[in-house]
Write a protein that binds this ligand. Structure first.
Ligand code: ZN
Length: 405
């Protein structure tokens, strides 16, 4: 989950040396990027700039509720860190490699016709139950522990790359010999070291229709370590358990299912943005996307909160039915108020995306983006994340259909 404390981030912009002062070499080393933020924050940003005697920041473009600024790549980490440390207000940003791309993002993609072709039905209880019945808290916990064991999973760090390779190996180990319809592959990103990783089960009868379940695998912190146990080892762990039982129970989906661990979410949804754009540009018919970002901290009385902004209303209704009818949990609605996680990357490309969250946003885990985002500080077990594994398994069983044994 990306946090929104916006003011210091923009203050940072005002300290950026003018681009003209930089040599071409340093430009290459620390490229300029474009970020988009909520326009509703601009007046208070100006006010805060004036109050410390700084020059007001220059907006490159304002369109509707969004504003575009230019930053440097090296500023992204501080930007995210400062936002978390000093201000209570939550705000987010999306990062783009080119000015044109940032401008294009401010024009919402039209809904794809394919979205409307999906008929949501709940008729696959046997498969959902088969998958859910094999899930265990200990297995979910083991993935959280694995990922949180790295000093950081920051998108430019060596340990952030090592963690992805460990996750890829874990997923590879779930595939039984002879199962040629299941595979694991890295999705590399040209602009930074950390790859994303994708586990694919090819659909038996509708292989060209794709169901995506994903979450980000990177972490970020204002402290000395970034365990990111809840944000977002928990979401990865929840759907890793779906992958495990899908292989264990010989799940054969009708539609293709892709489980994706996204790189570089905390610095502006960068990994998912490239992956969603790749699917759009290659004409892939993605019929639904489920995002899991923070699943193990039980901050609300209900089991799950459905984020209603930057998501698809029809699929959200389908998800609520799944949570109640298949998984057997309670839910409520909540909003982020900004593009708070990777689902927004898919929404921006016109795909139907939803995100069930661990709690209402205001009641979520307070330790995220610090050295204290540990398993202990989200209750010491993976009991809550297990619920989201069950929700994700039910979602896959009912949207990708197919059988399990
Ligand atoms: Zn986060």
């Amino acid at each position: 989950m990306r946090l929104k404390r916006l003011l210091p981030a923009l203050m940072l912009l005002s300290t950026t040396p003018a681009l003209a002062e930089k040599s071409p070499a340093s430009l290459k080393k620390d490229p300029e990027l474009w970020v988009t933020l909520g326009t509703d924050t601009v007046e208070s940003v100006r006010e805060s700039f004036r109050s410390v005697g700084w020059e007001e920041p220059t907006q490159e473009l304002v369109k509707g509720e969004a504003t575009m600024f230019r930053v440097r790549e090296s500023q992204l980490e501080k930007l995210a860190t400062l936002m978390h440390e000093k201000f209570n207000r939550c705000a987010g940003f999306m990062t783009y490699e080119t000015r044109d791309e940032a401008i294009a993002s401010l024009t919402p993609a039209p809904a794809l016709a394919t979205q409307n072709l999906v008929t949501y039905t709940l008729d696959n209880a046997a498969t959902a139950t088969a998958l859910m019945s094999s899930m265990t808290e200990a297995n979910v916990r083991s993935t959280i522990t694995l990922l949180a064991g790295y000093t950081t999973r920051y998108y430019t760090s060596t340990t952030g790359v090592n963690a992805v390779n460990a996750l890829r190996s874990k997923w590879q180990g779930f595939i039984p010999a002879g199962r040629t319809d299941a595979s694991v592959a890295l999705f590399t990103h040209a602009a930074w070291a950390q790859p994303s990783v994708i586990f694919t089960i090819r659909g038996s009868t509708l292989p060209d229709e794709v169901v995506v379940v994903g979450g980000h695998l990177d972490s970020i912190s204002s402290g000395s370590t970034a365990p990111g146990a809840d944000d977002n080892a928990s979401g990865i762990a929840s759907f890793t358990e779906v992958i495990r039982v899908a292989m264990l129970r010989n799940y054969r989906p009708q539609r293709t299912v892709k489980f994706i661990g996204y790189a570089a979410e905390e610095v502006g949804l960068r990994g998912s943005k490239e992956i969603a754009a790749w699917h759009k540009n290659n004409g892939i018919n993605v019929v639904g996307v489920l995002q899991l970002d923070m699943t193990n901290y039980k901050g609300s009385s209900v089991d799950a909160a459905i984020i209603t902004d930057y998501t698809n209303a029809a699929q959200n209704t389908f998800l609520r039915n799944i949570i109640t009818t298949r998984a057997g949990y309670t839910h409520t609605n909540s909003t982020c108020g900004y593009a708070c996680s990777d689902h927004a990357s898919w929404t921006n490309q016109g795909f139907a995306a939803s995100i069930p969250h661990e709690a209402t946003v205001s009641a979520g885990n307070r330790y995220i983006h610090t050295s204290s985002d540990t398993l202990t500080n989200s209750g010491g077990t993976a009991n809550h994340a297990l619920k989201f594994a069950r929700i994700a398994a039910s979602y896959v069983a009912e949207l990708a259909k197919g059988t399990a044994q």
